[in-house]
Design a protein around this ligand. Structure first.
Ligand SMILES: *[C@@H]1O[C@H](CO)[C@@H](O)[C@H](O)[C@H]1NC(C)=O
Ligand SMILES: *[C@@H]1O[C@H](CO)[C@@H](O)[C@H](O)[C@H]1NC(C)=O
Length: 479
């Protein structure tokens, strides 16, 4: 039987590391306060999650539900990192197949709350039937959720957005001036997943149904950073919105020998570079540049003359047949000042190294938070999903500089890559970008601030959970 006042929360993130990791960070913060978490995912994903600090292992249960087999999904694919972009929809279909096993788990474990992501559009109504309280936990920040709008727009029952251009202007439900809209080339790349096709439910519908069936929206972010967006989000949905802080990644160093060996070599190289001089280049676990883009990035790095450390994904899973390659002779020509790593690399350790001064990134929010944690200047090159909108948020606040691109097709040249890197890393004009990330550090990753957000969330969860039979026989006392 549950201890008095202790909560049991089930978390069900989408099968992408950019989702699972912030879910796990929130799980750790809640577990530290003495509550119990069941984090539900598939076996191979759970095996790939970072290690827990030993003091938290009794409070976080990893629940492994095998992913149902779906035709067209490559063998062993359990996360977006394992499949090419055009196969992600099959991963969603397989994930929908977890409906029965997770329902069974919720029935038997009878948690106080379930926290679900935007993909399982069916989970809210199931949890409601089981009298389990429901939070839509969004790793997308408030400006992004607000941009996507109210439930009828998300579910497509109100035909507000039918063409690409509808996503490049300020939506009518946003009452203040903002630049947070997609650029044409960005929306082109992701439009299909918003509108869906015959095989799959659109992402926007999924999010809309999830939000419709929740009682509260729990959102990554902090009110000091984006008060107007958090307030607007509450108005749009007519439900409480609770910011949970930026959830900076924390690493428990379990002394893993393999990663230590790999890291040792990298560290030796970084140690030899001048403080703050190195550009760290990485585009997250999902984005893969096209061959033309890769060539311009590489030649731009070469032209810039700056030292760089590049973590390059040439392939999305073994089923990805469109491998990309560095330009002929590139590695040889830059070997004195560049390191290209095509396998896994410890991003947090690299970013924390003194030699790194800037981060050329896809603008995924976890990477942004990590850059700010170590005060690294941000140069952005977006690829997918919400990345373009994240970039606008940062551009507006002069926290990052985006590489100039062709509005229609998103193309860019080696020259603009080189110029952008120099501007932000060393240019006088780019000083503002180097300064802003320092100013924002405390607001983003301050320990007490993060802790306060979690306390506030827990206060809400405690006072709004459903009474269970055992509570009722206690005279309704919950604390
Ligand atoms: C849910 O709660 C309601 C009201 O307390 C109760 O009538 C119903 O039987 C409960 N359902 C389940 C499945 O426990
Ligand atoms: C941008 O790309 C489009 C389509 O490829 C092309 O027609 C146009 O000329 C380009 N614009 C510029 C300014 O280069």
């Amino acid at each position: 039987m549950a201890e008095k006042g202790k909560l049991h929360i089930v978390m069900f993130p989408w099968l992408a590391f950019g989702h699972m990791i912030p879910y796990l960070e929130l799980a750790k913060l809640i577990a530290q306060k003495g509550h119990k978490i069941s984090l539900v995912s598939t076996p191979r994903n759970i095996d790939r999650l970072p290690k827990l600090p030993p003091n938290l292992t009794p409070s976080i249960d990893f629940v492994k539900l095998p992913l149902p087999h779906v035709g067209n999904l490559p063998e062993n694919a359990e996360a977006t990192i394992d499949v090419p972009f055009d196969k992600v929809k099959y991963l969603k279909i397989a994930y929908d197949g977890l409906k029965e096993p997770i329902t069974h788990f919720l029935k038997t474990s009878s948690p106080d709350w379930v926290f679900y992501d935007f993909v399982p559009f069916w989970l809210g109504s199931i949890a409601a039937e089981l009298n389990i309280s429901r939070a839509f936990f969004s790793i997308f920040t408030a400006p992004i959720l607000s941009f996507f709008g109210p439930v009828p727009v998300l579910k497509g029952t109100q035909e507000d957005r039918t063409k690409l251009e509808d996503f490049t202007v300020r939506p009518k439900w946003v009452p203040f001036e903002t630049t947070v809209v997609f650029r044409l080339f960005e929306i082109k790349r992701v439009f299909n997943s918003f509108t869906g096709d015959d095989d799959d439910v659109p992402d926007t519908y999924r999010a809309g149904a999830g939000i419709e069936d929740c009682e509260v929206l729990v959102v990554r972010g902090c009110s000091e950073f984006e008060p107007e967006w958090l307030k607007l989000l509450e108005e749009i949905h007519g439900k409480p919105v609770i910011p949970v802080g930026q959830l900076p990644t924390t690493v428990f160093d379990g002394g893993d020998d393999d990663t230590d060996d790999a890291w040792r070599g990298m560290k030796e190289w970084l140690d030899k570079q001048v403080k703050g001089s190195v550009v760290y280049v990485a585009f997250g676990s999902e984005a893969k540049p096209s061959q033309a883009e890769l060539t311009e990035i590489a030649l731009g790095l070469e032209l810039s003359g700056l030292p760089f450390f590049w973590v390059l994904r040439k392939q999305r899973g073994s089923a990805d047949t469109e491998l990309i390659d560095l330009p002929e002779g590139f590695e040889e020509r830059t070997k004195d000042r560049g390191w290209v790593c095509t396998s896994w690399a410890p991003q947090l350790k690299i970013l924390s190294h003194d030699s790194v001064g800037g981060f050329l990134t896809h603008s995924g929010w976890s990477s942004v938070v990590e850059a700010i944690q170590f005060e690294r200047a941000l140069i952005l090159l977006t690829f997918l999903a919400d990345q373009g909108l994240n970039a606008r948020v940062l551009e507006e606040k002069k926290m990052a500089y985006s590489i100039p691109r062709n509005e229609t097709d998103g193309s860019f040249t080696r020259n603009t890559v080189a110029e952008s890197l120099s501007l932000v890393m060393v240019g006088e004009e780019g000083k503002v970008y180097r300064e802003k990330v320092k100013e924002m550090r405390e607001l983003f990753v301050g320990r007490d601030r993060q802790d306060g957000y979690v306390d506030n969330l827990l206060g809400y969860l405690r006072s709004h959970r459903r009474l269970k039979l055992e509570d009722q026989s206690n005279g309704g006392q919950r604390n």
